[in-house]
Write a protein that binds this ligand. Structure first.
Ligand code: CP
Ligand code: NVA
Length: 301
């Protein structure tokens, strides 16, 4: 990696101005006012998937092609990586063929090792620790419906998982208040709260979902069992954090609902909420396409 390589690994590692620039660029592309000149013509993106994906896979492929480039999709088990070739050697070799690497994997360390040895930008397509691409789509969806997110209050109710961690990063970078309600056993890494504090962020950890959503502008949740989690006792721990109409009624009257999908109706969210008028989930999913085009353009600028 060279000092000038623009990796998109986590929101805490990228300047606020750059992230805001990507959101604005994504919105312009969505309106058809930018990106129509195929700026990534002749560029190739390799996508490594060690976990399943619908949205990330399809939106990156379509986005790259809309910008004039092309993709190679690699399932982890099909690569020599799956039978012991090192991440470092894989990074060095892929860098000789493609212009950018997107990786979805388990341990964050595998992603950072890929970035360390690749000479092309590496994009985090989700790890056990974070999911930064999703947050870019979520911020855009909120702002399209409710205006600037700065100074607003977002409430998380559910597992303190990889999405919750990226919401913590986003709250500092985009300047909004974040209340996370989750079981004590499933809270996010305390280092994330320390980081937010050190940056002057406004992130609160609670164990009461009603207190978390009170007068919030947005309520967010995610599945109770993430890829790679084992089920043990999660349903019992998490059922008080389910987002239903009663919980939504404690938020502001015009509060919106976000969920990165895939969803499990009747578990983390009821059908009445996710399929109801306050849910932005389809715009949120669509925005993966627009925001990732902006991320690709930023990485390959
Ligand atoms: N939200 C999201 O990342 O979806 P996929 O797992 O389908 O890519
Ligand atoms: N927390 C979920 C997000 C899926 C997009 C998971 O990691 O499975």
């Amino acid at each position: 990696m060279t000092a000038s390589t623009r990796h998109f690994l986590d929101l805490d590692e990228i300047d606020e101005a750059d992230l805001r620039g990507m959101i604005d660029h994504a919105a312009a592309m969505k309106r058809g006012e930018a990106g129509t000149d195929q700026p990534l013509r002749g560029k190739y993106l390799a996508m490594i998937f060690e976990k399943q994906s619908t949205r990330t896979r399809v939106s990156f492929e379509v986005g790259m092609k809309q910008l004039g480039g092309d993709v190679v999709v690699l399932n982890g088990g099909d690569l020599q990586l799956g039978r012991g070739e090192t991440v470092a050697d894989t990074a060095r070799v892929l860098s000789r063929y493609v212009d950018c690497i997107m990786m979805r994997t388990y341990e964050r360390e595998k992603m950072t090792e890929m970035a360390e040895y690749a000479s092309v930008p590496v994009i985090n397509g989700l790890t056990d620790s974070t999911h930064p691409c999703q947050l870019m789509a979520d911020v855009l969806a909120f702002e399209e419906h409710r205006g600037p997110i700065r100074g607003r209050t977002i409430a998380w109710s559910g597992d303190g998982n990889n999405m919750a961690a990226s919401w913590i990063h986003a709250s500092v970078r985009f300047g909004f208040n974040l209340r996370i309600a989750c079981p004590e056993e499933l809270k996010p890494d305390p280092a994330l709260f320390d980081w937010a504090d050190s940056q002057g962020g406004a992130v609160e950890l609670l164990h009461d979902p009603v207190a978390a959503v009170r007068d919030a502008d947005c309520v967010v949740t995610d599945s109770w069992i993430s890829m790679g989690d084992d089920e043990a006792n999660r349903h019992n721990l998490l059922s008080p954090f389910r987002v239903d109409d009663a919980l939504m009624s404690k938020a502001k009257d015009d509060a919106v609902f976000l969920h990165c999908l895939p969803a499990h109706r009747g578990e983390e969210v009821t059908a009445e909420v996710i399929d109801g008028p306050r849910s932005l989930v389809w715009d949120e999913a669509e925005n993966r396409l627009h925001t990732q085009k902006a991320i690709l353009a930023w990485c390959l600028a």
